[in-house]
Design a binder for this molecule. Structure first.
Ligand SMILES: Cc1ncc(COP(=O)(O)O)c(C=O)c1O
Length: 316
């Protein structure tokens, strides 16, 4: 990062950003890429580039873009979300998708875009599923966007190159932080025209940054060095689930790629959080459920330490 050549990305002349955008677009099978500050901004620029005021996008009711991004598409783009219940495996029922596409009639918002997520809660959707979903979108005149914040984990889990999962889409948002270990940053990839349109929205959102090669360099490093090692995170997540699962009263709700969801037999959540904090482990609970995510900075020893602290702290 210290040595990264930088320029003014507002004028498109930061060489490190340009290299990161080109590298990511190539990796995912697209013409162009745009570096942004976050996954939320990347998805939002994508939605705004695809849809106009009064259009709608079809999205899972638990999808990150719909549920956890502040309703940005509706607030800033007047884009109506049409939700479809997400299935247990994190995908959408494609018959249901087809049923909610609106006819061309003044009563309705214009259905414009299908938005999918892979992985969702760590759950991987197959290559065939990605292709099939995009075909359904096309058959109904919709464009297709993938929230691929964690698509790297899906690719490693399936043993395929990332582009095999992403190529069918019109646009894909990927994160460089999270499992890959860069401190910050996401990239939106798509056709040159779509990315050009997205750049205008990024500008309006105040997301165009100047000598940003400093942080883009970390993203480039992450892509060049940290993709294959995600398999280690998946093994650590499985070890975490296996270890916690041996503690009386603990239920492992799901373990997929680098995410573990568990329900803990916690009677007093504050006391449990404090006791774990005393062991140097920060815990967040929603009710009795917790989500744990393994990544570059979590080692097998860390996993063992968490399991051991939970074993001594949870009520026997
Ligand atoms: C699937 C998914 N999409 C998008 C995002 C948003 O990324 P950011 O937190 O960088 O805005 C996240 C964040 O966890 C995510 O899990």
């Amino acid at each position: 990062m210290f040595d990264a050549p930088v320029g003014d990305d507002v004028f498109g002349d930061d060489p490190t950003v340009n290299e990161l955008e080109r590298y990511t677009a190539d990796l995912l099978g697209f013409e162009a890429g745009m570096y942004v500050s976050s996954g939320t901004q990347s998805n939002l620029c994508g939605l705004l580039a695809h849809c106009r005021r009064g259009d709608e996008y079809i999205v899972g009711d638990n999808a990150h873009t719909f549920k956890y991004e502040g309703g940005g598409a509706a607030v800033l783009g007047s884009i109506q979300p049409q939700t479809v219940a997400m299935t247990q495996d994190g995908s959408l029922d494609l018959d249901h998708v087809a049923r909610v596409v609106k006819p061309d009639d003044a009563h309705f918002a214009r259905s414009r875009l299908l938005c999918l997520e892979n992985t969702h809660d760590g759950k991987v959707q197959s290559v065939a599923r990605m292709h099939e979903s995009v075909e359904v979108a096309r058959a109904h005149g919709l464009a297709a966007h993938l929230d691929g914040a964690r698509v790297w984990n899906a690719a490693v889990d399936l043993g395929v190159a990332p582009r095999v999962l992403t190529e069918p889409f019109d646009s894909v948002s990927v994160c460089l932080s999270k499992g890959l270990g860069a401190p910050v940053g996401s990239v939106l990839v798509g056709t040159a025209d779509l990315v050009k349109e997205a750049r205008k929205w990024r500008k309006m959102l105040g997301g165009t940054m100047r000598q940003v090669g400093l942080i883009a360099a970390a993203g480039l490093f992450a892509l060049e060095h940290n993709l294959d090692r995600l398999a280690e995170d998946h093994r650590n997540a499985q070890a975490l689930a296996d270890g916690l699962g041996t503690i009386a009263g603990v239920t492992i709700d799901s373990v997929h790629t680098n995410m573990v969801f568990a329900t803990l037999p916690v009677l007093d959540s504050n006391a449990f959080v404090d006791a774990m904090a005393a062991e140097g482990i920060e815990v967040r609970l929603v009710g009795q459920q917790t989500r744990m995510v393994t990544h570059l900075d979590v080692s097998a020893d860390d996993v063992a330490a968490v399991v051991s602290a939970a074993r001594s702290t949870l009520p026997a």
